[in-house]
Design a protein around this ligand. Structure first.
Ligand SMILES: N[C@@H](CCC(=O)N[C@@H](CS)C(=O)NCC(=O)O)C(=O)O
Length: 287
């Protein structure tokens, strides 16, 4: 029997939520090691024995999520993790890509959301968090161990400038990113005219990826199913509050929240992050 897998996360990140959700959906048990930005890179270095993964347009060699599977594989990308989880859950039914990746169209959509939506909701999320007095503190206090949260808070002024530089978080770029998010939502709405899910008649990785990567603009709560805690909407300024309200009112926003509601049951309790022990059974879904 293989050992339990370990998921190394930047705990509140939407790409990480995508991996957690896929693992939970496919019933794969795992332990989560959750980190704040700046610490996650150390977590990845440690987990991969200094090797890291591969950099691409939206991520670095030290990006999360990283999954150390119980069979000693190391997967350094959320799509690779989701595909692995899906194939693993299909193994007993004779193999194949599994429930999350039934067709190549799903793979294409997952990749396009990863490229054209994820980086933009991330930039918008960080910009608005940086305008708030308390948001970064909440992200730390609610998501990682007390020790890590204190260390993060001490380093936050430097960390913030570092994140802003790495991810291009400026007011002007946030504005353009917001427009790109709206354009992606419009594309999704056009698809929803054709059926209940983004591809075909069943929930797939396309729906899961869209909902996860839109989550920072919706501020999906733990109660609504998100596997980490975002700041509360009233911790943010008026512009951010309006954006969350606007996104939640769109058809695409409502669809994403519906995917959380129907396919990702909320975690039972806030785990003691830092060393979060999560099991698939804790956050299962109705399938
Ligand atoms: N292509 C990657 C993107 C992952 C990504 O960008 N992760 C970010 C969190 S949102 C990260 O860990 N960034 C830290 C870094 O690259 O140093 C995936 O889908 O797994």
């Amino acid at each position: 029997m293989s050992r339990e897998s370990t998921l190394v996360t930047l705990v509140f990140s939407h790409y990480n939520e995508k991996a957690r959700w896929a693992l939970d959906y496919c019933g794969v048990p795992y332990r989560e090691r959750g980190y704040m930005p700046g610490f996650s890179q150390l977590g990845v270095l440690f987990a991969t024995r200094g090797r890291g993964g591969r950099a691409d347009r939206v991520s670095s060699r030290l990006s999360t999520p990283v999954l150390l599977t119980g069979d000693s594989e190391t997967l350094c990308d959320s799509t690779d993790i989701a595909r692995w989880a899906s194939a693993r859950s299909a193994r007993s039914a004779g193999g194949g890509p599994g429930p999350l990746f039934p067709t190549p169209e799903v793979v294409e959509l997952v990749e396009s959301f990863g490229r054209d939506l994820g980086p933009y909701t991330r930039r918008v999320g960080y910009w608005h968090a940086f305008q708030s007095e308390t948001a970064l503190r909440t992200l730390a206090d609610e998501n990682v161990s007390r020790r890590q949260a204190l260390a993060f808070r001490a380093l936050a002024p430097v960390g913030r400038a570092w994140i802003a530089r790495r991810l291009g978080v400026t007011e002007e770029r946030c504005r353009r990113a917001t427009d790109r998010v709206r354009a992606e939502m419009a594309k999704v709405e056009a698809r929803l005219d054709r059926g209940p899910y983004l591809v075909g008649e069943e929930f797939t990785a396309a729906d899961l990826t869209f909902a996860s990567l839109l989550a920072p603009a919706l501020l999906v709560t733990r109660e609504e199913g998100y596997g980490a805690t975002f700041p509360a909407v009233d911790e943010l300024g008026p512009e951010a509050r309006d954006l969350v309200a606007e996104t939640r009112a769109t058809r695409a926003g409502r669809f994403a929240l519906e995917m959380f509601r129907r396919h990702r049951r909320a975690p039972r309790a806030r785990p003691n992050a830092g060393e979060i022990a999560a099991s698939g059974a804790d956050r299962l879904v109705d399938r």
